[in-house]
Ligand binder design. Structure first.
Ligand SMILES: Nc1ncnc2c1ncn2[C@@H]1O[C@H](COP(=O)(O)O)[C@@H](O)[C@H]1OP(=O)(O)O
Ligand SMILES: [Mg+2]
Ligand SMILES: [Mg+2]
Ligand SMILES: [Mg+2]
Length: 353
């Protein structure tokens, strides 16, 4: 762990170091699975979304590392996955595979001399049932954000945030398939052509990025363009995750000329935070209720000079438990463009009715 991440005066330095170690270890398990994923490694949940052995393995490793690295801290975590499907008949093989993957990842890493049983794994997964809320400290984890991208061999993120008294104060985004080098030509970076980015931010301390396997971190900031004509925008890769008719009419109202950059997961927030694109638009279908784990880490990483609002222009409210209390739609961009984007979003939504 490079010392530079322990920014002097950062009140969350210990939590940041633990979170980075947790995300990096979980990402290693995910990379291994993505390289060799089999159909048998994938399940479909009751809500019809996919989950893989890596989603579960990542959740266990993050919880384990946080508990090991922060032993004196009370532990509350809101995490996406639970063990319900794994306790069904016929899930023996998959739970065995998850347990083997976790123990092999721990051995290869060498930080901890331990081995988990299947029961340890199931109870660790169920450790993520916290309801969070406006008081106290709660970790917020999406063990694989962008599971569809993960299965397709594309972008995904291990996304870990920390909520303290109702505010997201810390975020780490592990993006194993995102090149370290920014696509923004103005960004000088000595990162070469390495793949695998780890974004992190603490409230009031800006945001940084380093190589997933570790490197000197680099401060990042959102792109500063104030003219939407020069802006490009990120949106979901999955057509079912975003109302493309709406996002394209918003882009047209803004005069954005570049086609959308479609990318799975909160890796979009990381790419935005380092200036690869200027606007992040997420307008899911009306029936979809946003979860806190899909935005906690990404929202604070974007505070690298950017802002994140819901479609009504409110800050995201992470105080209401496992779901985001927000007006439909989430926008992230720099301070100059935010008023223009909000105006275009609200006009487009009015026309939609
Ligand atoms: N129908 C849906 N609409 C929007 N988002 C969804 C939907 N189903 C799942 N998601 C979650 O929201 C995120 C969608 O964002 P994106 O499409 O930009 O990646 C995914 O990470 C996915 O979470 P997960 O993959 O963790 O299950
Ligand atoms: Mg999911
Ligand atoms: Mg998600
Ligand atoms: Mg997920």
């Amino acid at each position: 762990m490079s010392q530079a991440t322990e920014v002097v005066g950062n009140p969350y330095a210990a939590e940041l170091a633990a979170a980075k170690k947790a995300v990096a270890l979980a990402a290693r398990l995910c990379q291994r699975v993505q390289r060799s994923i089999l159909h048998s490694d994938i399940q479909s949940k009751a809500d019809k979304t996919p989950v893989t052995v890596a989603d579960y393995g990542s959740q266990v490793l993050v919880c384990l590392v946080l508990k090991k690295e922060l032993p004196s801290h009370s532990f509350s975590i809101i995490a996406e996955e639970d063990s319900k499907d794994l306790r069904e008949d016929g899930a023996q093989e998959i739970i065995e595979h998850i347990t083997t993957l976790i123990n092999e990842t721990i051995v290869n890493d060498g930080s901890y001399n331990m081995s988990l049983s299947k029961e340890d794994v199931l109870s660790a997964i169920d450790g993520g049932k916290s309801e969070g809320g406006p008081s106290g400290r709660h970790w917020i984890l999406d063990p694989i954000d962008g599971t569809k991208g993960f299965i397709r061999g594309d972008q995904y993120a291990v996304a870990l945030g920390l909520l303290d008294e109702g505010k997201v104060v810390l975020g780490v985004l592990g993006c194993p398939n995102l090149p370290l080098k920014s696509t923004n030509k103005n960004n000088s970076s000595s990162f070469g052509d390495r793949i695998g980015s780890l974004f992190f931010a603490t409230i009031g301390c800006g945001a940084q990025v380093e190589a997933l396997e570790g490197s000197e971190p680099q401060k990042i900031s959102v792109c500063s363009t104030n003219n939407p004509v020069d802006a490009s925008f990120f949106e979901s890769f999955e057509a079912s995750h975003s109302k493309r008719d709406l996002t394209s009419s918003i882009a047209e109202k803004l005069g954005v000329r570049a086609p959308p950059v479609r990318m799975d997961s909160q890796a979009k927030y990381g790419a935005l935070a380092r200036g690869d694109g200027a606007i992040f638009l997420r307008i899911p279908h009306k029936s979809y209720i946003e979860t806190v784990w899909d935005h906690a880490a990404g929202s604070i990483v974007t505070e690298a000079g950017g802002m994140v609002k819901d479609a009504a222009g409110n800050d995201l409210d992470f105080c209401k438990g496992r779901y985001l209390d927000r007006d439909r739609g989430i926008i992230a961009t720099n301070k100059h463009l935010m008023p223009l984007v909000l105006k275009a979003v609200q006009e487009a939504m009015k026309e939609e009715q």
